[in-house]
Design a protein around this ligand. Structure first.
Ligand code: HAM
Length: 428
């Protein structure tokens, strides 16, 4: 017999994990609503060139991690599973002419992303993000608002001690000079560079600052800093972002080597980490400004900023810090019957109560009443509805399993009785 398993780098979210993920998704949607971000969906796959152009060819995400879909015929387009949401959202912004909407357009996407990464703790091939984008506002106030919204997510999710690492990575006016200084620096250390990084020095020197190769850490620490090379406009923008963050009380730390792994960023760049867990694969989320991306994907120039928060890593952080999430509540009532074979009566009553919006379970195994009642207690149900001979008179027994009391209730009043009990006990 074959033994099938979930693909490497993916995992089944069993009901407990799934309900914890749902809670985070619900929180993301609630925050998006509070901050005025409209929810939308983009396809889980796009033309590969949307990602290649948007994210940049010389990035880990495109070079090594893009999940390309094998075309069925020679003519087929090259597709890829989305490794992130920003490129797809901006593609949609251009396609649907959203530059004619009131600006900025604030959008939110919650869902799975795919990266063909080497799997390890906190790094999966399918993972979930909450992504938010504000397109059409050059900042700096919206930058601070975005960073604050992400920060608030961790606070409300219950992840302790999250800090914001912040940097500005300049713009096309000042970055070229910086890149030249950076290239000269790394060239003078050529012999110490691993093969991949030596190649990248030719094509995308900024990537070296973000290298996953630990051999590079000391070199990166001594490298020239972009912060010392910002033009006046970028420096003023960065100062204003910081002033706004301070005014609204978001704690942050300027991290001069923070550059982010995707190519579309300009100016503001930020990441969220738990204090003491600031390793390469431990970012809880990250984002930044991308004033050139809309144009790069075929639209007219429009500034933008966004973030993506990794929900899997939030679940891991909550596990590690022992912060527990509320599990699904038990059923309000379990419907049991004196006649083990009469599953029709039990299902009918359950159906009636569910139609009234109540959370109930019908015991459908043909076992004795005593055993049926045991399952009701095992489920931590507050009530058992017992169907017996009284049903011919239109009555059922309502047993309060917590209080140990029992009384006869007309079937037509059962839903109302249970709803009232649910309200006074905060059930269901
Ligand atoms: P990113 O830094 O590539 O940014 O990913 C954001 C977050 O997604 C990471 O901080 C991490 O928590 C989570 N993540 C990334 N890869 C994995 C993985 N393989 N397994 C588990 N979690 C992962 C972006 O995706 C940008 N689109 C953010 C953005 C939006 N910038 C502007 N707008």
């Amino acid at each position: 017999m074959p033994s099938f398993r979930a693909p490497r780098g993916t995992r089944d979210l069993l009901p407990d994990a799934s309900s914890r993920l749902n809670r985070l998704e619900g929180l993301a949607r609630s925050l998006a609503g509070r901050y005025g971000y409209l929810e939308m969906e983009t396809p889980m796959f796009e033309q590969a060139s949307v990602f290649e152009r948007g994210i940049g060819e010389v990035t880990d995400v495109i070079e090594k991690e893009l999940f390309r879909l094998a075309p069925r015929t020679e003519e087929s387009e090259a597709w890829a599973l989305r490794p992130e949401a920003t490129a797809g959202i901006v593609r949609a912004f251009v396609q649907h002419g959203m530059h004619t909407w009131p600006q900025p357009v604030k959008l939110s996407v919650v869902g799975p992303m795919f990266r063909y990464d080497r799997p390890q703790a906190g790094r999966y091939r399918q993972f979930w993000q909450w992504d938010a984008e504000a397109i059409g506002d050059p900042g700096p106030a919206v930058d601070a608002e975005m960073i604050e919204m992400g920060y608030r997510f961790y606070v409300e999710a219950g992840v302790p001690e999250v800090q914001v690492l912040l940097n500005s990575i300049g713009d096309p006016a000042c970055r070229p000079d910086y890149l030249e200084r950076l290239t000269t620096y790394f060239r003078s250390h050529d012999a110490e560079l691993p093969e991949l990084e030596r190649r990248r020095l030719q094509t995308n020197p900024l990537r070296l600052l973000d290298s996953k190769d630990p051999a590079l850490t000391p070199l990166v620490a001594d490298a020239p800093k972009i912060g010392d090379c910002l033009c006046d406009a970028c420096a003023a923008h960065f100062a204003a972002v910081r002033a706004h963050l301070e005014a609204i009380g978001v704690p942050y730390r300027v991290e001069p080597t923070l550059v982010r792994g995707l190519d579309y960023y300009t100016r503001t760049a930020f990441e969220y980490y738990r204090r003491g867990a600031e390793g390469q694969q431990q970012a809880l989320g990250g984002g930044g400004r991308y004033d050139g991306l809309v144009e790069r994907l075929g639209g007219r120039t429009s500034p933008g900023i966004g973030f993506a928060l990794g929900l899997d890593r939030v679940l891991l952080a909550l596990d590690e810090t022992g912060a527990t999430a509320a599990a699904e509540p038990p059923p309000l009532a379990v419907i049991v019957g004196a006649d083990p074979a009469d599953t029709i009566a039990r299902l009918r009553v359950a159906s009636l109560l569910r139609a009234e919006g109540l959370r109930v379970r019908a015991e459908l195994a043909p076992r004795k009443l005593g055993r049926q009642l045991e399952t009701a207690s095992r489920d931590h149900a507050h009530f058992a509805v017992i169907i017996g001979d009284e049903l011919t008179e239109g009555h059922v027994q309502l047993k309060d399993l917590e209080a140990g009391t029992q009384r006869l209730v007309p079937l037509v009043e059962l839903a109302r009785e249970l709803a009232r009990a649910a309200k006074s006990h905060h059930h269901g």
